[in-house]
Design a protein around this ligand. Structure first.
Ligand code: PMP
Length: 402
């Protein structure tokens, strides 16, 4: 039984403020059942996890571990392959810092990454002498697996790419890149910040070793949550970012026996209510149906792309809807992206993002400073998208007559 758009909208208190929220690529609003799951933790079993024996700590631990199962189900993984994080960025950093990458090892990434999938590798370049190669050349910011193949040498240890571009929406051929990586016995990390929850994502189909994702975007989970999938035979190769309490079996003054992953990555008190909320959010999007979400976002995106018909408007990225997620990045000639975003906010409480979207190399490649960016989720209405298109048209026409 799927949830209708009206039901989902009724579940999201933030939408009652009258905002037309088209900034879902940044973060998404939280539905009431997710908020209630977090409240129930505070009201009924507000204790720590993995420690002690009393009933509240047992319940908290059960719910926390149940969230691992729910996250795993969304991406076709096993619970033992899920590491909780505070966001996508932390998940990527765990791979970058946690793998034994050494001087001379090569990492290949793309020109179109979010800064969160570039800076962690730049740090390895500086600190460990890892060689970083960056590939990508297409105007639509689509990745070509051949470019990765050409860049590979015998010292290549890891390829990392995003799945869907937050900057201009391109959907990348992650399954093909995954196959290439497997054929060459190279590790593959996917930054799925813009795909998980928005479209079906299956780690076995992609054939990746690691996948980093947020709880707070497509999954409609709470801010401050995310996760890393690490394939069961690779999770043991990762060193956790943190060590300390909560992950030990036995401690001497000069050594400790630690627990196995994934709990090995839970040092200190984790974001217990957030992770319980994330578990509920996974159930929530699965109740809607991730196929349904993808289908609806595609329709809404098609309607948003109509802004490209105005001669003063330039839309970036692929026009083929099978190669574009629910992100439309554009500019109106004569106006900066921030001006466009402010005008839409003033005129009709339309919330979009403006700027370089943490992807400066992408915009340098396109020879622009940034864009205005509208991004949808299942709960957005056709009428909201029409309003957006109408106002972009109005602003563009006014610019044309100046
Ligand atoms: N990668 C991509 C493609 C993103 O869109 C984002 C968020 N805009 C990130 C990484 C970083 O995500 P987070 O804020 O969850 O760390």
């Amino acid at each position: 039984m799927t949830k209708s758009v009206d039901e989902v909208r009724a579940d999201i208190p933030f939408l009652r403020t009258g905002i037309i929220y088209l900034d879902n690529a940044a973060t998404t609003p939280t539905p009431e059942p997710v908020i209630e799951a977090m409240l129930s933790y505070y009201h009924e079993f507000s204790a720590n996890v993995g420690r002690g024996l009393h009933r509240a700590t047992r319940r908290a631990t059960e719910e926390f571990e149940a969230a691992r199962e729910k996250v795993a189900r969304v991406i076709g993984a096993k619970p033992s392959e899920i590491i909780f994080t505070k966001n996508t960025t932390e998940a990527i950093n765990i791979v970058a810092r946690g793998l034994d990458l050494k001087k001379g090892d090569k990492v290949i990434t793309s020109l179109f990454e979010h800064h969160s999938n570039l800076l962690p590798w730049q740090r390895l370049e500086k600190e460990r002498g890892v060689r970083l190669e960056v590939v990508g050349s297409s105007k639509e910011c689509l990745l070509d697996p051949v470019e990765f193949e050409v860049a590979m040498d015998k010292n290549t240890r890891l390829i990392t790419t995003h799945h869907v571009s937050n900057a201009i929406g391109s959907i990348q051929p992650v399954e093909e890149i995954g196959k290439l990586a497997r054929d060459h016995e190279v590790l593959y990390l996917v930054d799925a910040a813009q795909s998980v929850g928005h479209m079906p994502v299956d780690v076995r189909r992609i054939g990746c070793d690691f996948l980093a994702a947020p709880g707070h975007k497509g999954l409609l989970g709470p801010q401050g949550t995310g996760f890393l999938y690490a394939r069961e035979d690779k999770i043991f190769e990762l060193e956790p970012l943190l060590t300390g309490g909560g992950i030990v079996e036995d401690v001497e003054l000069h050594g400790a026996k630690l627990v196995d992953p994934p709990q090995l990555f839970d040092a200190g008190t984790p974001n217990i209510p957030g992770i319980i909320g994330l578990g509920k959010a996974c159930e929530y999007v699965m109740d809607i149906g991730i196929d349904k979400i993808a289908e609806r976002e595609k329709k809404l995106t098609e309607r948003m792309l109509v802004i490209g018909k105005y001669s003063q408007v330039e839309v970036y990225g692929p026009m083929n809807l099978n190669r574009r997620g629910g992100v439309v990045s554009f500019n109106i000639s004569g106006l900066g992206p921030h001006e466009v975003a402010s005008m839409l906010d003033e005129l009709a409480k339309i919330a979009i993002r403006s700027g370089h979207h943490c992807a400066q190399p992408t915009f340098r490649h396109l020879k622009i400073n940034g864009t205005a960016r509208a991004s949808v989720h299942y709960f957005n209405l056709e009428t909201e998208v029409e309003k957006f298109v109408e106002l972009v048209g109005q602003i563009a026409r006014e610019m044309g007559t100046l």
